[in-house]
Design a protein around this ligand. Structure first.
Ligand SMILES: *[C@@H]1O[C@H](CO)[C@@H](O)[C@H](O)[C@H]1NC(C)=O
Ligand SMILES: *[C@@H]1O[C@H](CO)[C@@H](O)[C@H](O)[C@H]1NC(C)=O
Length: 240
């Protein structure tokens, strides 16, 4: 029986098969060739060496003010963010929920969140988030619910939200959002609940797609918002 040879190393490691071909080379020559390859592979492969979702969340956290230490458990040295409080993962350790409602957090909503590609629930309601809603949130193609109500968000509702094809609940009420309601939202065929009340929106209210079913209260207290559009008669951004 062979004594323990360093050449067994690649066979025992969880590396992809191309490297397993290497032992066909003459024994002494192969190891010096193999080791640099192995190191390169370890450094280059995100699956083996990095945790992009934890890094994205932690990068965002460093810019937030968290007076009640709600984010204290967000330890970036852990292998993934799945044990952090207020973060929920699926069985493959991908983030599917962020539950930070009523947490007294201030700062802006990070564009990094748009990289959480399996996120289903983004719950950031009743905090002190300021600034604009990042267009990157439109990349959350698994999102079912986005609750950003009760903050101090400004600027327009991103047109990129038209890509949120799974979205069922969108509550942006009680902020300072301005501009018109993006017409692209009429294509969100799964949208069941929309609340845009208590903002500073202008123009008219769409009537197509899911908008046919939303009550007028969803648009209440936007002093510059006119009523539902009259199809073909009035430009929708009138008064903006
Ligand atoms: C938020 O801050 C207020 C006042 O500083 C405090 O009364 C309240 O308990 C805080 N909420 C949370 C969830 O910590
Ligand atoms: C609109 O504002 C009034 C007065 O502040 C308030 O009573 C009402 O509840 C608001 N409507 C909605 C839908 O929030």
């Amino acid at each position: 029986m062979d004594s323990v040879s360093p050449l067994k190393l690649p066979l025992q490691s969880p590396l992809p098969s191309p490297l397993l071909v290497v032992p066909r080379y003459p024994r002494m020559a192969s190891l010096p060739v193999l080791l640099p390859c192995l190191l390169l592979l370890l450094a280059a492969s995100p699956a083996l060496s990095t945790n992009p979702e934890g890094e994205a969340l932690h990068a965002w956290r460093t810019r937030l003010t968290d007076p009640t230490n709600v984010l204290q458990s967000w330890d970036p040295t852990l292998v993934n963010p799945c044990t952090w409080f207020h973060v929920t993962c699926d069985s493959q350790n991908r983030v599917i929920r962020l539950d930070l409602g009523n947490s007294n957090i201030s700062g802006s909503i990070g564009p990094e969140l748009g990289g959480l590609e399996r996120l289903q629930y983004l719950e950031l309601y009743r905090n002190n988030f300021q600034g604009k809603i990042p267009a990157e949130l439109g990349n959350l193609k698994s999102l079912i619910s986005m609750d950003l109500y009760g903050n101090q968000l400004q600027g327009e509702i991103p047109k990129s939200f038209a890509k949120l094809k799974s979205l069922r609940f969108l509550r942006l009420n009680n902020n300072r959002l301005s501009g018109s309601i993006p017409r692209e939202l009429v294509f969100l065929s799964n949208l069941k609940v929309l609340d845009l009340s208590n903002n500073d929106l202008c123009g008219t209210i769409p009537i197509d797609g899911p908008f046919a079913n939303f009550p007028l209260q969803s648009f209440d207290n936007n002093s510059r918002l006119n009523g539902p559009e009259l199809q073909g008669l009035v430009p929708y951004d009138i008064g903006c």
